[in-house]
Design a binder for this molecule. Structure first.
Ligand SMILES: [Zn+2]
Length: 158
């Protein structure tokens, strides 16, 4: 995992601005760009490489999100477990944005191997709620289990 201070790679696409975040969100993270985001545009924030967020980082992040222009649509994709921990614990952490996909931690009950699998919420949503595909252990091929309490992992779904 990337343990450097937060880096943000911006790519301007015709229909959205793409921001790829990597590293640690802490008191040193430069989040001033949030208030300069183009209003009325869609912004996709990829947090796959966000390794850790400390309490100062949480505070800075929430302040930064409060500063975005009105009418901005925010979509979060490939959210890392560290990012999702905060989304699940802090009500306004995603601040009106939509979670599109997230990494879910799995553990193998047989050999203890751990893995993280990308889950697209729309693709896995059924009339009965979220249905997760079976994940096979890369080590011993047994079915893997969720590494955390599903109520905690998905509490953001309300
Ligand atoms: Zn295994």
């Amino acid at each position: 995992m990337n343990e450097n201070v937060l880096q943000i790679a911006k790519t301007d696409n015709p229909d959205h601005l793409h921001l790829k975040l990597s590293g640690i969100i802490n008191e040193e993270a430069q989040l001033g760009f949030f208030k300069e985001l183009p209003g009325g545009k869609k912004v996709v924030i990829n947090t796959k490489e966000v390794a850790r967020i400390n309490s100062c980082g949480v505070r800075e992040w929430i302040l930064a999100l409060k500063s975005v222009p009105q009418g901005l649509e925010i979509v979060y994709e490939e959210c890392s477990p560290a990012f999702m921990d905060q989304v699940n614990m802090i009500t306004n952490f995603a601040s009106g944005g939509t979670i599109k996909s997230l990494y879910i931690p799995y553990v193998c009950g047989s050999c203890d191997k751990k893995s993280e699998e990308l889950c697209d919420l729309e693709a896995n949503m059924t009339a009965d709620g979220l249905e997760l595909p079976e994940v096979k252990c890369p080590g011993c091929q047994n079915a893997m289990e969720l590494a955390d309490d599903p109520e905690q992992l998905f509490s953001f779904l309300g």
